[in-house]
Design a protein around this ligand. Structure first.
Ligand SMILES: *Cc1c(COP(=O)(O)O)cnc(C)c1O
Length: 377
């Protein structure tokens, strides 16, 4: 089901329809639900890279405690809220800007740590790639060899370089749907950080366990796997933090994914070599995940009854279709073998669960088609 306010926004969009719709209420509800499951006092930093749309960022101000940023551009967009800056290739200009903005810098290497010492007064957390089993999820970043963080074995050197370390950053994975495993990861990370803080003399440590709360975008209506917040909350019950410690999380996908809908109008419906193709005005250059992850994104057909031409309207009933985009290449496919009751040229396909890592990671300017509209409700 497309929420009525989202459907109304799509019906009011320019034709042929091609739009992202973001819902402020849903963004805030997702933050509130996560906050309720976390220990009291946990700080929530929204990972802006999941969706850096201005309206989305504005809608979250006052509802999150900080923004997690991964570039100088995101740092500027965070202005007004505390920023937490991660990223493996920060430039000197990035570091300078971060210190000027009072951001916490999650330092990713010894070299970066040495460069940061040039600017006195930097707020430093060490991003550590610990020795632990990799978590379930789509992008393991710690516990395995990656470009992220400082190897645990190098911590003595890190503390020899810097005395102003405030804590640890332990972001390890993205899109983990196993809430029990994620709670166990956080418990273990807190215990590790407590030990490390004692060993290295870090008072009142910041313990940033990162993001990674999963959303099954192939079943955004909740019919498939989902990150079960009740299981997560139960898994964290009674968690004790070291004295004075602050727990920080950095959700991106969990906040934004279900707060976005990608709507694109059917331009043509046709059959070749025995297969039905529904050709839409947009495609994977607007919403790239189906192409990059190799899955079919579910959609709803929003019927549009008006038909402007005096001739036959292409369409098909009770069929299995492939939804192809406007690009001149055969990989521009949003869904394959999707069952539809009825779809016609002029109808609009609405893809729910597209608010995170959708537009942000797409190759927008390939082929120079017009960008979609962006509507916030
Ligand atoms: C990408 C990222 C996040 C957000 O990850 P999600 O899987 O979207 O929650 C948080 N922290 C860091 C350091 C990141 O790189």
């Amino acid at each position: 089901m497309v929420p009525p306010n989202v459907a109304a926004a799509i019906r009011g969009a320019g034709r042929p329809v091609c739009a992202y719709v973001y819902a402020r209420e849903r963004l805030r509800a997702n933050v509130a639900a996560l906050r309720d499951a976390l220990p009291a006092g946990t700080r929530i930093a929204y990972a802006m890279k999941a969706n850096g749309n201005e309206d989305v960022v504005a809608a979250l101000r006052g509802h999150v405690d900080a923004f997690e940023v991964a570039s100088g551009g995101e740092l500027r967009a965070a202005a007004g809220l505390p920023a937490i800056f991660s990223g493996p290739a920060k430039t000197d200009a990035d570091l300078r800007a971060a210190v000027e903005a009072g951001a916490t810098v999650n330092v990713e290497s010894l070299h970066e740590l040495r460069r940061l010492q040039v600017y006195g007064g930097a707020k430093v957390c060490l991003r550590v790639n610990r020795t632990h089993p990799a978590l379930p999820g789509t992008h393991a970043m710690a516990g395995v060899p990656t470009a992220f963080g400082i190897d645990e074995a190098l911590l003595p050197e890190a503390f020899a370089i810097a005395r102003n370390v405030q804590g640890f950053h332990l972001h390890a994975v993205s899109n983990n749907l196993d809430a029990a495993a994620h709670a166990a990861f956080i418990r273990e990370a807190v215990a590790w950080a407590g030990d490390a803080a004692r060993r290295w003399g870090v008072p009142a440590p910041v313990i940033n366990v990162g993001g990674g709360f999963g959303v099954d975008i192939a079943a955004p209506t909740g019919t498939g796997g989902r990150f079960d917040l009740d299981v997560f909350k139960a898994g964290l019950a009674g968690l004790e933090l070291p004295d004075g410690a602050t727990l920080v999380v950095e959700p991106g996908r969990f906040v934004a994914a279900t707060a976005g809908w990608y709507a694109t109008e059917v331009v043509d419906v046709k059959r070749t070599h025995g297969q039905w193709f529904v050709v839409v005005r947009g495609g994977t250059h607007h919403f790239r995940l189906p192409a990059s992850w190799g899955y079919s994104h579910p959609f709803t057909v929003l019927p549009v009854d008006a038909w402007p031409y005096p001739f036959e309207r292409p369409g098909v009933r009770d069929a299995t279709v492939t939804v192809a985009g406007e690009q001149c290449n055969p990989r521009d496919v949003l869904a394959r073998d999707a069952a539809v009751a009825s779809v016609r040229a002029g109808d609009v396909l609405v893809f729910a669960g597209t608010g995170a890592y959708g537009w942000e990671v797409a190759h927008h300017d390939f082929l120079r088609h017009a960008h979609p509209q962006f509507i916030t409700v």
